[in-house]
Design a protein around this ligand. Structure first.
Ligand SMILES: NC(=O)c1ccc[n+]([C@@H]2O[C@H](COP(=O)([O-])OP(=O)(O)OC[C@H]3O[C@@H](n4cnc5c(N)ncnc54)[C@H](O)[C@@H]3O)[C@@H](O)[C@H]2O)c1
Length: 270
């Protein structure tokens, strides 16, 4: 199997996902490539020099290094600040923080920048999966898309659910939010990446229904998607394990970036 030439890879964010993805790319997918990163918190750790990575403090430094591909795994702020100039300069960018696209003005800016630069914005499915079937099915028309996110009650601490419900006292599965994907993205930003992946693969932010459940019977983050349309019906169910380095991040999110990057270097893609 031949490969395209990706010789220089940039990472925005060297946290749990960034480190995991970097390790997999250096070991398996792109062992010959050079690597660079932007992450203000990495400067003092020595991680970059230990792994032979050039570290830049701003996007201009990374642009001058001339990356062939950049991977964002930093957060929504980085999508706003760092990704548009990269796209405008013609650099393909893989983004993990796709919840940022719930902001219509930002989504438009990214599209305009990608068109101007002739670059591609590559969205990953992240902590959810099976969405290829929904993307195929929507050409024939989708009638209904419902995403349900289920977590143990205490996992909703720090969200609006904390003020509306006595999380510690919940003993049966309790719906803490019911609304559109657009509303869910704003109210529950920690869930926004999965919500966005579902919305963007199906009927959009306004028509996708979301239910969030504080469920004392589960120990992991459970994602469910139910889809109905002319094609028939589809059900997705996922129970994600966390990344060992960050219990708040699903392991599958890092794996989906690795897969997205490996697709860029393969000539045969499934
Ligand atoms: N698509 C999904 O399903 C999914 C799942 C989990 C996480 N994510 C996204 O991936 C991001 C990273 O996840 P993680 O677990 O690695 O988080 P993390 O907190 O372990 O690491 C994030 C790193 O990014 C750095 N950073 C923050 N803002 C930056 C900026 N503007 N420029 C450069 N570096 C910056 C931080 O210093 C930190 O080292 C999350 O913020 C989230 O948006 C997506």
């Amino acid at each position: 199997m031949s490969t395209k030439h990706i010789k220089r890879v940039g990472l925005i964010g060297l946290g749990a996902i960034g480190k995991r993805v970097l390790g997999a790319l250096q070991r398996e997918h792109l062992p010959q490539a050079a690597y660079a990163a932007i992450d203000p918190s990495a400067a003092s750790t020595g991680f970059a020099s230990e792994h032979g990575i050039a570290l830049f403090s701003d996007v201009q430094g990374l642009l001058d290094w001339k990356p062939d591909l950049v991977i964002e795994c930093a957060g929504h702020g980085a999508v706003v600040q760092v990704v548009p100039p990269l796209l405008q300069a013609g650099v393909d960018v893989v983004i993990a923080s796709i919840g940022a696209l719930a902001d219509k003005a930002l989504a438009k800016d990214l599209e305009t920048a990608a068109e101007a630069g002739g670059a591609r914005l590559i969205l990953v499915s992240g902590a959810i999966g099976g969405l290829d079937a929904m993307r195929s099915a929507r050409a024939a028309g989708l009638d209904e898309v419902l995403y349900t996110g289920r977590k143990p009650p205490q996992a909703w601490a720090g969200t609006p659910a904390e003020t509306e419900f006595d999380l510690a006292g919940i003993t049966v599965p309790t719906t803490i939010f019911r609304g559109t994907a657009a509303e869910a993205s704003l109210k529950f930003p920690k869930n926004a990446n999965v919500t966005a992946a579902v919305a963007l693969s199906g009927v959009g932010f306004e028509a996708t229904r979301v239910e969030l459940v504080a469920d004392p019977t589960v120990a992991k983050n459970i994602h469910e998607v139910k889809v109905k349309g002319a094609f028939g019906e589809l059900g997705i169910w996922l129970a994600n394990n966390p990344l060992p380095d960050n219990v708040k991040t699903s392991w599958l999110a890092a794996l989906s970036i690795e897969e997205a990057v490996s697709k860029q270097v393969l000539t045969t893609v499934f």
